[in-house]
Design a protein around this ligand. Sequence first.
Ligand code: NAD
Length: 726
Amino acid sequence: MTDFTMLTDAAGVATITWDVPGRSMNVLTLEGAEQLRRLFETALEDRAVRGIVITSGKDSFAGGMDLSVLATMQAEGPEATFEGIMAMHRLLRLIERAGMDPKTLKGGKAVAAALPGTALGIGLELPLACHRIFAADRPDAKIGLPEIQVGLFPGAGGTTRLVRKLGVMGASPFLLQGKLSDPKAAQAAGLIDAVVADPLAAARDWVLQAAEGDLVKPWDARGYKVPGGAPYSPQGFPTFVGANAMIAGQTWGAYPAPKALLSAVYEGLMVPFDTALKIEARWFTHVLMDPSASAMIRSLFLDKEALEKGANRPALPEARVRQLGVLGAGMMGAGIALVAARAGIAVTLIDQDQGAADKGKAYTQAYLEKGVKLGKTSEAQMQEVLDRITATTDYAALSQADLVIEAVFEDPKVKAEVTARACAVLGPEATFASNTSTLPISELARASTDPARFIGIHFFSPVEKMALVEIIRGKDTGDAAVARALDFVRQIRKTPIVVNDARFFYANRCIIPYLNEGARMVTEGISPALVEHAARMLGFPVGPLQLIDETSITLALKIAGATKAAMGAAYPADLAAVDALMERMAGEGRLGRKAGAGFYDYDARGKRQGLWSGLVPEGKGRPDPDLHEVQHRLMFVQVLEAVRALEEGVLLDVREGDVGAILGWGFAPWSGGPFSWLDLLGTPFAAETCDRLEAAHGPRFACPALLREKARRGGRFRTAMAEAAA
Ligand code: NAD
């Protein structure tokens, strides 16, 4: 069984079909690339072959490179990686030149790619080396180069070819943001040549009638000039100045790949095409050797996919949700109804009065109307989704529900009341879930008729944007409820983690110390701008002070009050200064972004201005600490909480700890997550740093026994990418 096969028809068209046995989507391996090379050489040598079509035997073209290839390259080191990439460049160059004389550019055979569906990564880089690309007219297909999203950039000529095809500006959304397009949009952008009903037939027709001139890529033709201008041209120069600033502004220097990509483009455009490929290969090697790339691939691709496929699902029959009940049609309930209805689930949305329930449904309408305006959704599709939501006050409508999620006020009494009312009408197989952020699941379960069917399904706000869902197993929660919750999360295409019940579960448990540490540094007289910038330079999407403003000082005070009440004398004394600062802010009416004033000032339209000048004490005498000190405090205070969650059995799987942190609160994605970050630092250094921070700042930095133990043996929390990919 081979990945590629070739068949030549009577007209002289050799069709090379990519169809990796036993996989739903093609991925390229080194053996596959070798098979393709041999077949292509055979076709070039065969006088009976007039033209070549490369296609796929599946309903998509290809999903990309097999990640185990990248893992192996990385393990073998930079020389082997560079050589491996250059071999790929030689193969694609062989396809692109297709036997033509390098001087006269004559005598080549026409090569077309026929894409039946999705074509990603190397699945687009290979077609880009062909002379024409035909794609099937399928709006569900995705075409693009998503490598940047996992800490890499297109390294099989995709960068060099796309920039030369579209110019720096034209190529930048596809390279720098990894933008994916449907075939029609890809054609409009110039990524592919034609969208047709039958791409294989169109490709075949084209290779039979292609003229010699059609086979020469612009960059191989004499007098080629890159669209939009080369780096040292009056047109091109400002592009690079702007692109540099834009990347620095977006990444704060935290990610190696975008900078390397831009270097490959800039340097590559000053030399001939084949040298540019070599430069691209060097920069790609540089990025692949950076431990950040493997950490990102592992967490954001391999682990995420494993969790979505149910890595921690109890082995029980599938328990999909056909009918969902949502109690509370406020901000969260309305969002949950929206994502469920969009996933094809019938939703009963209940609130205290019909007006509130209708308002919750109107949220879905407003969301979809935006989609209609942008041409992403049709009126009919919008109506179909809206028809799935029934807004009502009648609990009897829940009798057929497979799952009910309550998202009423964060008040145990209100929650107990709605739980009892729903349980009274639910069938014996139905699962009841709470979306609480702070209340213990095991206690809320007492209001249910069957605590084994009671579970936490914790969404993040805004529901329609946030990819993570935290599933919380209460003391008595049964496996069937976990399986049901996981199947539901899969239906709505989000990423689940499953944790045990404990104060603030996992995500909020780690994020609250991050917010407190930021505020605490302000109380110590450290410049607020340093705190915020230190966080952004670590790759956090927002600094801790901005995040407090977003979630509101009212909420911070509420959580502090509830925590104090629950912990009593055990409430950490070192939070007194933070609480005092929050109270002072509240006293001055600075309650956060919604109030128009908080750690930041806001203009009348709510746009963030600068940091509030009242934060810095007059005549602040002490110099600011070193940037790294601030960054270590911000990182360790969260990461140690994650380690403690693992130690205490709240978190059961380090993969969930890493993926949950990145998707849940934007934890430094370049690091691969808190556990990957400790491995990047090296556990011995991490433990030493804890000791130093504990001595300087207090017991919250005390090294957990689990980390100490790993440090003693020079151990790691995570396995290498190669093992994860195996
Ligand atoms: P919200 O105030 O926007 O909505 C609550 C809704 O519940 C309101 O529409 C209210 O009328 C309704 N409600 C109250 N009592 C009811 C009853 N007896 N029967 C039916 N409906 C009733 O609140 P929210 O922000 O959507 O939060 C809801 C829940 O989700 C809370 O438990 C909260 O902790 C949790 N949560 C919130 C967030 C967030 O960021 N806001 C994130 C995760 C979880």
